[in-house]
Design a protein around this ligand. Structure first.
Ligand code: AP5
Ligand code: MG
Length: 188
């Protein structure tokens, strides 16, 4: 069964962690725009050069660049069994652009899952990751801005999916495997 999922949730809510487990469970492709952008930055591609400043500040990269990236990914044959979109869409314009694109491809979203995690827990998780991995946007100041951007631009798009009857909110606190069970249950 094909399954096309949008995974929503604030920075550090576990989108990447959970998508990696879900993709195995469902046999679908995991598309993380943040991972794609970090690879582009590391490789020094044109996209990476254009995205870097916004990423380092915890701001959103331009909608045009993001749509180009997502169009390219969703046009590939390996997404036929389905996909988990992690980190896209991130504002109302992106949500509408994605609807149009998926309409054109005849591949509508089946479910939007939102991981619910409070900000105190997020700040703790990302402070730990900053020490362990040194991701350049995990500094305290940039995390604060990522959270503000999420609140102002990304959180409202849950309504976009709720209005379509596609949204399920899932408690994102607890053991990783336990949360994955909750997500799987929300898909069935
Ligand atoms: P992106 O890479 O998407 O970052 P993010 O949304 O800020 O989220 P993270 O990747 O930090 O967290 P996550 O929810 O994936 O959680 P994770 O599993 O890692 O975006 C980065 C930047 O790219 C943006 O700021 C923007 O500039 C740009 N960008 C990307 N997409 C864009 C778009 N569409 N438009 C414009 N710009 C875009 O977990 C976090 C940590 O917690 C990890 O250390 C993990 O090990 C730990 N953890 C996970 N689960 C648990 C648990 N249950 N208990 C305890 N710890 C846990
Ligand atoms: Mg991530």
């Amino acid at each position: 069964m094909t399954m096309r999922i949008v995974l929503l949730g604030p920075p550090g809510s576990g989108k990447g962690t959970q998508a990696a487990l879900l993709k195995e469970r469902l046999g679908v492709v995991h598309i993380s725009t943040g991972d794609l952008l970090r690879t582009a930055v590391a490789e020094g591609t044109e996209l990476g050069k254009q995205a870097k400043a916004a990423m380092d500040a915890g701001e959103l990269v331009s909608d045009d660049l993001m749509l180009g990236l997502i169009e390219e990914k969703l046009g590939q044959p390996e997404v036929a069994p389905g996909f988990i979109l992690d980190g896209y869409p991130r504002n109302q314009a992106q949500a509408e652009a994605l609807d149009k694109l998926l309409d054109r491809l005849g591949q509508p979203i089946d479910r939007a899952l939102e991981l619910v995690v409070d900000e105190e827990q997020i700040v703790k998780r990302l402070a730990t990751r900053a020490e362990e991995e040194g991701r350049s946007d995990d500094t305290e100041e940039v995390v604060r801005n990522r959270l503000a951007v999420y609140r102002e631009q990304t959180a409202p798009i849950s309504d976009h999916y709720d209005n379509k009857g596609l949204l399920v909110r899932v408690d994102g606190i607890g053991e990783i495997e336990e949360i994955n069970q909750r997500l799987a249950a929300a898909l069935s």
